[in-house]
Ligand binder design. Structure first.
Ligand code: NAD
Ligand code: UDP
Length: 312
């Protein structure tokens, strides 16, 4: 099996490459290092069944592959808002290029979509049937609307040219190889706690997220890819155990120890107030549910950031 992973030098993409190589696939990892790093794929460079191509998916790509996992796109708010036009281009032009590549190869393609398609939801927990509540003109829109348009494109290629598609809506995922400076809440809190700095809570800290450990997420992703043609999704994959940001900060502090205090900063615009996946479809269609408890996943993640501390 020749598998293309776009965004393969990023957090999730590098874990996916590891998993696919371990399963015996030939992996072509494509990335432009916008947020990914050489270090994430350093362990694979010597592997014969692994190849890397430095390429921006907003330009067409011609390679022979059987499967495409399309993960290329900055995922953290500070990164996707740094160059919002490029973010939309990656979500739209990049996705068209990858769909055309799948079509030319007769390949199956999976899109790493996101819970952000639900925006700031009025329905809780969020099931796939919910159409969402998204601001089309705010600072998060390049990502939210970009990812929504990407889903539209996937389903149009499915209907119009019978492409074999899978659309996976990923909820907040964490673990080793998150970028220490990407501003996401798990990496921020852990790095702040390890450095003895104040823990920055945005808003009241009562907003919720539901955190999935990376190994669980990758299980769901590879399972979904190997489901029969026609099982398109969208399917939510995430961990439905919900926490407020204050609860998360307290958990991190318990694991790390130290003397950091909580400081309250303004809530970013359009920050969703609550988020929790309904994973009934993932259970029924993929036979998948998350296994790793937040406590255990956080311990692994703390150990990873602790090992990076001298370089931070
Ligand atoms: P990440 O930023 O670590 O990885 C994204 C990768 O894509 C990086 O290696 C980056 O360099 C690469 N990239 C960006 N634009 C590119 C382009 N135009 N051409 C080629 N490469 C490009 O983020 P991540 O957390 O690993 O997320 C991976 C995917 O999963 C993204 O599509 C993201 O939207 C989706 N997702 C992630 C989460 C999460 O919690 N981690 C949640 C929902 C959705
Ligand atoms: N957040 C926070 N402190 C931080 C970083 C983030 O309180 O240092 C909050 C943020 O406002 C949001 C939640 O944590 O409510 C999750 O933020 P993240 O950027 O990780 O993910 P997303 O908002 O995309 O779900």
């Amino acid at each position: 099996m020749r598998v293309l992973v776009t965004g393969g030098a990023g957090f999730l993409g590098s874990h996916l490459c590891d998993r696919l190589i371990a399963q015996g696939a030939e992996v072509l990892c494509v990335d432009n290092f916008y947020t990914g790093t050489e270090a994430n794929i350093g362990g694979l460079k010597a592997t014969r069944s692994f190849r890397f191509l430095n390429h921006d998916i907003t330009a067409p790509l011609h390679v022979d592959v059987d499967r495409i996992f399309n993960l290329a796109c900055p995922a953290s708010p500070i990164h996707y808002q740094r160059d919002p036009i490029q973010t939309t281009k990656t979500c739209v032009h990049g996705v068209i290029n990858m769909l055309d590549l799948a079509r030319q190869n007769g390949a199956r393609i999976l899109q790493a979509s996101t819970s952000e398609v639900y925006g700031d939801p009025e329905v809780h927990p969020q099931a796939e049937q919910y159409w969402g509540r998204v601001n089309p003109i705010g600072p998060r829109s390049c990502y939210d609307e970009g990812k929504r348009c990407a889903e539209t494109l996937f389903f149009d290629y499915f209907r119009q040219v019978k492409l074999d598609i899978k659309v996976m809506r990923i909820f907040n995922t964490y673990g080793p190889r998150m970028h220490p400076q990407d501003g996401r809440v798990v990496s921020n809190f852990i790095v702040q706690a390890l450095q003895g700095k104040p823990i920055t809570i945005y808003g009241s800290g009562k907003q919720t997220r539901s955190f999935c450990y990376v190994d669980d997420l990758i299980d769901g992703m590879v399972r979904f890819m190997e489901t029969p043609h026609g099982l398109t999704g969208p399917i939510n994959v995430g961990n439905p155990v919900e926490s407020t940001m204050i609860e998360l900060a307290e958990r991190v502090l318990t694991i790390v120890g130290g003397s950091s205090r909580l400081v309250f900063e303004p809530l970013p615009q359009d920050d969703p107030r609550q988020r929790c996946p309904d994973i009934s479809a993932a259970k029924a269609e993929l036979g998948w549910s998350p296994k790793v408890a937040l406590e255990d996943g956080l311990k692994e993640t703390v150990a990873y950031f602790r090992s990076l501390l001298p370089t931070l």
